[in-house]
Design a protein around this ligand. Structure first.
Ligand SMILES: [Zn+2]
Length: 312
């Protein structure tokens, strides 16, 4: 059961027991850090509750209709969850289930509920109709009223072990971040993704800045080919690469150092305004060629050779 959820052995066991013994509470509060699978676990639990086999088998008619029935409500808010959103819930909840024996209300980011919203929820949270189960998911227990906390079963979701994070990425066919990133990500998938992305971007930026600076300064074929190889390596992010190259051309054309865009990169060569404007045009031509789906390698090489020619 709960195969979609990585880790969380203890919460899984608790919920499985509740399902198997039929001793379901009317309210659960899933809490823990961001990006560790709380919402996935709550959703899987909801599926198992309505599933004909109480497992979330995925094949019974209840499982198949899970996302299309009016018996399952998923509530979320942009910045906050308003008292009106909760009032809608507390009115609707008294309508009998449509298809299933249970109605489920899943409130994502429950900490976004205003105090008014929480007070409005409290009325049904204490004693919802017997067929209703309310699931709150939150990363901040302290944002919830003590009266709410005391009336739900708290399910504490733990940070994921680096091994579990790895499992998550490979199971979802995502590139597995480096061990260094996994160790730094505080057991959170969200954190690992952000970290991996920013590390990749930072290392790409460093490389492209360095190699663009070399071409602008030394102006040799070797420098042209080096930057060409960067474009090949980072083909998937070519828009970012051209932005980085353009930003360094801009910095190199300035006489006033304080106006530079790359404030953390000091090794900036100096080029004339005439050169800068010719190079900008080369980059613009390249961007246009790429947007028209021309041959990638040929377009890039052509642009870089024109740049080299413009640099004399
Ligand atoms: Zn099922």
């Amino acid at each position: 059961m709960f195969d979609a959820v990585i880790g969380q052995a203890l919460p899984k066991r608790l919920l499985e027991t509740a399902l198997q013994t039929g001793k379901l509470s009317h309210a659960y509060i899933f809490h823990g850090a961001e990006g560790i699978g709380k919402t996935t676990l709550a959703l899987e639990f909801a599926k198992a509750i309505v599933c004909e086999h109480h497992t979330g088998c995925g094949v019974c008619s209840a499982c198949k209709q899970f996302f299309s029935t009016q018996d399952i409500h998923i509530l979320e808010g942009d910045r906050s969850i308003s008292v009106n959103q909760i009032r809608e819930l507390t009115t609707e909840i008294y309508l009998q289930p449509f298809l299933f024996s249970k109605k489920i209300y899943l409130i994502k980011d429950a900490e976004k509920m205003t105090v008014g919203a929480q007070n409005a929820l409290l009325k049904v949270f204490e004693e919802p109709p017997r067929y209703a189960v309310i699931l709150l998911v939150t990363n901040s227990l302290t944002a919830l009223l003590p009266t709410i906390l005391s009336r739900g079963v708290q399910i504490h979701c733990a940070q994921l072990h680096p091994k579990e994070l790895k499992e998550y990425f490979s199971k979802n066919h995502l590139p597995v971040p480096s061990d260094e990133v996994l160790a730094l990500s505080k057991g959170s998938v969200t954190e690992a993704l952000a970290l991996a992305e920013s590390q990749d971007y930072q290392s790409m930026r460093k490389t492209v800045l360095r190699d663009t600076a070399l071409l602008l300064r030394n102006r040799t074929s070797k420098d042209t080919i080096r930057l060409y190889q960067d474009f090949i390596t980072y083909e998937k992010e070519v828009n970012r690469v051209t932005d980085i190259v353009a930003s360094l051309i801009y910095d190199a054309s300035l006489t006033d150092v304080s106006l530079r865009k790359n404030t953390d990169f000091s090794d900036v060569p100096s080029i004339s305004l005439g050169e800068a404007s010719a190079l900008y045009e080369d980059i613009a031509t390249l961007a246009k060629a790429l947007s028209q789906n021309g041959n990638y390698a040929i377009s890039v090489l052509g642009a870089l050779l024109r740049m080299k020619a413009h640099l004399g």
